[in-house]
Design a protein around this ligand. Structure first.
Ligand code: NFS
Ligand code: SF4
Length: 623
């Protein structure tokens, strides 16, 4: 294998496919990344602004050229405003996803949901209680309708707190209130970012960043948490289940369908339709042995956790999946989908099918998906894939052998069940030192760094140091591919963590779901802090996003830090052009919200930062 390919990814399946891509002259994100070099230095530092048409303006980071934009905006202002707009986009993405889930719950409660049902009634009732919705003598449908309305109301709410923020310890809420960052309605906070970052509005970088934290909290404890909770109600709360991950899950003799994107509203129905006897029979008629659904990105995580549907790969493998030549349809909804997939799939028989009215792709086949007719549309989409099977060219099929087993589905409910119904055994293990602490390692891939290298090395290093890792998103898929989500991976952990995992029969790395499910990590941290009678910022916990790329990751990082959790980023955010903003995020924030960011591209050094942080937090707690 060529060194250049080995440098692009540590994943053997990705390496095989990159070699095929090169041989067949197919362009991937890595090639386009190279063509972008050198990337714009102003953009990298965050010191360019296009917020009005007196610009674009930029600031000379070397202090020789202009120090202010036409309006007088400084580097501090540009960097802070740019960061806030990233938070706005990320929070909007998660929260608009949540809105669709709440809408689906509403339609289902009204009997208009085209095939959806309420799968976790107990959770629905718990949520209803939290919202103060009466339960006695009422039908599931009535309760569900009230919960859906209550959730939907939180988007446009003008005053008063977002319900689930009150799951946080009282001291945390108190901090938010004192800082004026206790979020109001979700949409309101996002709109206020757009207002404040308009030309000539908020020009105090501290005031800007504080509002960015407020909007991010509306994502983490609002939009994302609503998405997670209502998805559990509709599709079931994940429980441990075994599956497989990596491109080797594609099958040479079956119709392969990839679901890629984010909202299980679509992928759940595709999974169901792929099991429809009529379509399975059709697959046999066209010469296939069956229909194989596999996931990429977070919608893949959703159906992996709830149905054991295998994962074909993470973010940077979306093109590689098509290059296997064995994919009949790549079905997408929203977020993290390369527009490049249209051209690439046209080099194969693969149908690239878009489904969301919010996300169209030139060159894609658009089969619009609406909740009311969900199952019928899902069937039509799966039928298109099946009918495409005879067009596959077997001479161009390259499915790599690589795949790994995984155990996934560790919702907070599932973790509690594994612990025998109470957090006490976990707290005991933390107090005894068998488990030193907990790290949430999450986030994307990014061609700026070797694919999966940061994810895997950081996670291995942490478990070796007896730090339990909880994971979501594309990190979770990296871990699945690398075999770290198997109970046997406990062998790679330090003795303490290994003992706990072996006693419970769980992996040292717990897959908690998709990126909106980082809300599950918040819920777990809040529950631990409440049980111990401390704030989240007192806990021996940390967060990390070793290969992040998305604006959603910026919102996540912001709400994790604003929740009191030290967070290490592996790729550099566009803030270094302002030493004041950089200083605030990586140091000053500690005195404000009890946590800060660090940036460390080397996963070994980053893991060390986390180990040291956890050691210090343990000492402060006297454990
Ligand atoms: Ni999260 Fe999950 Fe992956 Fe990054 Fe995209 S899929 S929502 S944004 S790339 S982890
Ligand atoms: Fe330039 Fe100010 Fe307009 Fe930004 S807002 S483009 S810095 S004049």
């Amino acid at each position: 294998m060529k060194e250049e390919i080995l440098q692009r990814s540590i994943d053997p399946a990705a390496q095989v496919m990159l070699a095929v891509a090169e041989k067949e002259h197919l362009e991937t994100a890595w090639d386009r990344f190279e063509k972008q070099q050198p990337q714009c230095g102003f953009g990298e530092l965050g010191v360019c602004c296009r917020h009005c048409n007196m610009g674009p303006c930029r600031i000379d980071p070397f202090g020789e050229g202009p120090a202010r934009g036409v309006c007088g905006a400084t580097a501090d202002i540009m960097v802070a405003r740019g960061l806030l707009r990233m938070i706005a986009a990320g929070a909007a993405a998660h929260s608009d996803h949540a809105r669709d889930v709440a809408h689906t719950l509403k339609l289902t409660a009204e009997g208009k949901g085209g095939g959806y049902a309420i799968k976790d009634e107990a959770k629905l009732r718990r949520l209803a209680e939290e919202y103060g919705i009466p339960l006695d003598g009422r039908s599931t449908q009535e309760i569900a309708l009230d919960v859906a309305h209550a959730a939907l109301a939180e988007f446009g709410q003008q005053e008063g707190p977002i319900r689930f923020t009150r799951r946080a310890p009282a001291r945390r809420v108190d901090t938010w209130q004192k800082l004026g960052i206790d979020p109001r309605g979700i949409d309101r906070e996002i709109v206020e970012i757009m207002h404040r970052t308009h030309m000539g509005v908020d020009n105090d970088y501290v005031n800007l960043i504080l509002h960015g934290l407020r909007a991010s909290l509306a994502d983490g404890w609002g939009g994302s948490m609503i998405a997670t909770e209502l998805q559990d109600v509709l599709f079931g709360t994940p429980q441990p289940v075994r599956s497989e991950a990596n491109l080797g899950v594609l099958k040479a003799d079956q119709v392969n369908i990839i679901v890629h994107g984010h909202e299980p509203i679509l992928s759940e129905m595709i999974v169901a339709a792929a099991q429809d006897p009529e379509l399975v029979a059709l697959a046999k008629e066209v010469g296939a042995q069956g229909i194989n659904v596999a996931g990429i990105c977070c919608t893949g995580n959703e159906v992996l956790m709830r149905h054991g549907i295998p994962v074909a790969g993470n973010f940077l493998q979306q093109e590689l999946a098509i290059i296997t030549g064995a994919v009949e349809a790549m079905i997408v909804d929203v977020q993290c989908i390369f527009p490049a997939l249209a051209d690439l799939s046209s080099c194969f028989h693969t149908k690239f099918i878009s489904t969301s009215p919010k996300a169209k792709f030139p060159g894609a086949t658009h089969m619009e998906f609406h909740e009311e007719t969900a199952y019928d549309t899902a069937k039509a989409i799966v039928r298109t894939a099946v009918e495409n099977y005879p067009r596959r060219n077997p001479a161009r099929v390259h499915i790599p052998d690589e795949k790994s087993e995984c155990m996934v589905g560790f919702s907070v409910e599932a973790i509690l069940a594994a612990l025998g119904g109470s957090l006490d055994p976990l707290l005991g293990a933390i107090k005894s030192g068998a488990i030193q602490g907990i790290a949430g390692v999450v986030g994307c891939n990014n061609p700026k760094v070797q694919h999966d290298y940061g994810h895997i090395n950081m996670v291995k290093e942490l478990i070796r140091n007896n730090i339990l890792v909880v994971t979501t998103g594309c990190n979770a898929q990296a871990c699945a591919k690398a075999g770290l989500l198997r109970p046997e991976a406990a062998e790679l952990a330090g003795d303490g963590l290994k003992g706990v995992c072996q006693a419970l029969g769980v992996p040292p790395v717990l897959h908690m779901g998709s990126c909106v499910d980082i809300s599950r990590i918040l819920v777990a941290c809040a529950a631990i802090a409440n049980t111990m009678g401390v704030d989240i910022s007192d806990l021996p916990v940390a967060g990390a996003a070793p290969e992040w790329m998305s604006e959603k990751a910026v919102s996540i990082g912001a709400y994790v830090v604003a929740s009191g959790i030290f967070t290490v980023l592996g790729t550099v955010p566009p803030v270094l052009g302002s030493s004041n903003v950089t200083q605030l995020l990586t140091a000053g924030a500690e005195g404000v919200v009890g946590a800060r960011f660090a940036v460390e591209p080397d996963p070994f050094k980053a893991a060390r930062l986390i180990v040291d942080h956890i050691t210090a937090k343990r000492a402060a707690l006297g454990i």
